[in-house]
Design a protein around this ligand. Structure first.
Ligand SMILES: [Zn+2]
Length: 206
């Protein structure tokens, strides 16, 4: 795993007393939507998004949000918030009956969207990062934003393959870490398999 490039986000604070990271939440984001390689995400997470830069930016530039990590299409890894602190990525959310997932989770954003496959290098960097975080923190579960905020969020979306992430970790001798991945939902690089998305969580096309 590459050392992350540090860009500090002001959108973070201390975790509540006694809270440690127990959950990893995987997200996808691109700014402008479905465009890659620009500085929009970095600007959003540092409260410097120019509302005149794109029509969508005018809607979101006042949001105060962040994630701990961002993995670009190139595999470049950026850390916006140290995992010891609370980042503001999950919003209204629930995991195993517990609300306010920001308190006890680590948020990882992939540069991506619902309509395009993720890059192989993104899966590789993500797997390495997850394995590292599972050594450092008592991570009990790995899930998606859509799974802790159903109906409100769709990311990381139908193009994200949980099976592929699970396989990568297993192949790297991290089968125990792979077993902490909760979603079994389909995700695929194959367009034909995505026609009927969204599938119910856990379901696959025949
Ligand atoms: Zn998200």
């Amino acid at each position: 795993m590459p050392d992350p490039h540090l860009i500090r986000s002001p959108n973070a604070d201390s975790r509540p007393d006694g809270s440690v990271p127990e959950l990893i939440v995987i997200h996808a984001i691109s700014l402008p939507p479905e465009r890659f390689g620009g500085s929009g995400v970095e600007q959003l997470f540092t409260n410097r998004l120019d509302p005149s830069g794109h029509p969508y930016y005018a809607q979101i530039h006042t949001l105060r949000v962040s994630a701990h990590y961002f993995i670009r299409r190139t595999g470049a890894l950026i850390c916006f918030v140290p995992p010891e602190l609370r980042a503001w990525h999950a919003g209204v959310s629930m995991w195993r009956g517990r609300e306010r997932c920001n308190d006890f989770s680590i948020g990882i954003e992939l540069e991506g969207c619902d309509t395009l496959p993720f890059e192989a290098v993104q899966y590789a960097v993500l797997a390495g990062l997850i394995a590292d975080l599972c050594v450092r923190f008592p991570i009990a579960g790995i899930t998606g934003h859509s799974h802790i905020a159903p109906g409100r969020k769709t990311d990381p979306g139908p193009r994200f393959s949980w099976a592929r992430l699970r396989q990568l970790l297993s192949d790297a001798g991290q089968g125990e870490v792979a077993s902490r991945i909760e979603p079994d939902g389909w995700g695929s690089d194959d367009d034909e398999l995505l026609v009927a998305w969204p599938f119910p969580v856990g379901a696959r096309p025949a």
